[in-house]
Design a binder for this molecule. Structure first.
Ligand SMILES: Cc1ncc(C[n+]2csc(CCOP(=O)(O)OP(=O)(O)O)c2C)c(N)n1
Length: 284
């Protein structure tokens, strides 16, 4: 029996360690490839969102928390993790599993998608509705996440929603899945800007090597690493607050030295291949 076959509820993901999550990611991809070669479908977008689906389902408590997939063409992993594995071979067939999220299929699906650019707007609407509930009511604890591709991010509807959110400040998480691709290569001002923001491979490799080296320095290594992590987060934080955007993903950013240390501890635990106990967290 595969690990995927044992997952009947996404809450089960919280009990898996990192090695198991990696195995599960591979099984999800294999299932998608085997299915889509017969049925057709949006293969690349869904293959690229496997880890995002795993991460969101691990930290969120769906269906109480709401997870929106912009366009909806990247949600196969989400579908496989939310009780549709047995029927997945009917993907995009008459009366079969739909190619996009579908509320009639599952409580875990929020919106019958299919159009690029809808996700952030839907998320803002859900967050605004939640925040109209009386203070202290259980519904106010609901968390809302949207996964949006870089092309959908450039649509007018998304930009309107971001503009609105910048004003209304409803709490939500936006995951930007920037793979530099729309149906073909992403072009335009926003795409160019995102490319500039993206760190180069050389920079990433240097950063990882420095981190490894610093942590290994006896006695001084760990405090030094903590101070650098704290300074970096502080710098990011100051930049973020100076141009606080609608992207409430920032609320997840590590911002205090204690959190930076906690993050580092988690990374060290991860390198021992055991995931920390993961409970749905608050996004305050
Ligand atoms: C309004 C609208 N225009 C065009 C499309 C066709 N379309 C489907 S997927 C897609 C590209 C989406 O790219 P991106 O958001 O970057 O996600 P990715 O597939 O790269 O994960 C487009 C343009 C659509 N679904 N809706």
């Amino acid at each position: 029996m595969t690990l995927l076959e044992t997952i009947h509820d996404p809450a089960q993901l919280r009990a898996l360690d990192y090695a198991e999550l990696e195995r599960l990611a591979a099984e999800l991809r294999e299932k998608m490839i085997r299915t889509v070669q017969h049925t057709g479908g949006h293969l690349a977008s869904s293959l690229g969102a496997v880890e995002i689906a795993l991460a969101l389902h691990r930290v969120m408590d769906s269906p109480r928390d709401r997870m929106v997939w912009d366009t909806g063409h990247q949600a196969y992993a989400h579908k496989l993790l939310t009780g549709r594995l047995d029927r997945f071979e009917t993907l995009r067939q008459t009366d079969g599993v739909g190619g996009f999220p579908r509320r009639s299929e599952s409580d875990h699906d929020v919106f019958d998608g299919g159009h690029a650019g809808t996700g952030v707007s839907i998320g803002v609407g859900l967050a605004a509705a939640r925040d109209l509930l009386p203070a202290g009511s259980p519904g106010r604890a609901q968390r809302i996440a949207v996964c949006v591709g870089d092309a959908a991010m450039q649509s007018g509807l998304t930009l309107e929603a971001l503009n609105h959110l910048g004003q209304s400040k409803n709490r939500m998480l936006i995951v930007l899945n920037d793979n530099e691709m729309s149906i073909s290569k992403s072009v335009g001002g926003l795409s160019t800007r995102l490319n500039k923001l993206r760190l180069t491979r050389a920079y990433q490799e240097t950063k990882e090597a420095s981190k490894r080296t610093i942590s290994r320095i006896p006695v001084l290594g760990q405090p030094l690493f903590d101070v650098l992590a704290w300074a970096k987060e502080g710098f990011k934080r100051s930049r973020a607050s100076s141009r606080r955007s609608a992207c409430a993903a920032r609320s997840w950013c590590m911002s205090r030295p204690s959190r930076a240390r906690a993050m580092h501890r988690r990374r060290r635990t991860a390198s021992a291949s055991t995931a920390p106990a993961c409970r749905p967290s608050t996004w305050a």
